[in-house]
Design a protein around this ligand. Structure first.
Ligand code: 4NP
Length: 151
């Protein structure tokens, strides 16, 4: 199983999602891979946001090896599940696809926590540190439910 986590900048939400899923994969000894990317390229090569790094660290998860990158067409072949944070990510990622097989891989990540509700992970970039902890909790639950379904 290969999973790609996607947000806008690949510095706040999807790095947390990658770190959380990676941690759970390791705990379970699964032979899965997880990566993350942004729909935009402004932050390519950057470390995750300091607040994402600190929030993950509080939960025993290290994001410091991650570097931002933009999603590319080859990702639709390389990954089985492309989990996006919000409706805008969903639209931007969908626009890069060229067939229904690839489109079917795109899902809102919170539909694993709250099926069928199309809930979105809010962008914490312009808020305070507490927004990052809320995002962490949402992503942690969604990753746990994803594992319950597929592991
Ligand atoms: P992310 O948050 O999509 O969760 O990484 C953002 C980070 C940076 C920007 C937007 C969203 N930005 O516009 O620079």
């Amino acid at each position: 199983m290969n999973i790609l986590m996607v947000c806008l900048g690949n510095i706040c939400r999807s790095p947390l999602a990658e770190g959380i899923m990676q941690h759970k994969i390791k705990e379970r000894g699964l032979n899965w891979t997880v990566d993350s990317a942004g729909t935009g390229d402004w932050h390519s090569g950057d470390l995750p946001d300091r607040r994402s790094i600190e929030t993950a660290h509080k939960h025993g998860i290290d994001l410091s090896q991650q570097r931002a990158r933009q999603i590319r067409k080859a990702d639709f072949e390389a990954f089985d599940h492309i989990l996006v944070m919000d409706a805008s990510n969903y639209q931007n990622v969908s626009q890069l696809t060229q067939n229904e097989t690839h489109r079917a891989k795109i899902e809102l990540i919170l539909n694993y926590a709250t099926p069928g509700r199309n809930q979105q992970v809010p962008d914490p970039y312009y808020g305070g540190d507490e927004g990052f902890e809320q995002v962490f909790q949402m992503l942690d639950l969604a990753c746990e439910k994803f594992l319950e379904q597929y592991a």
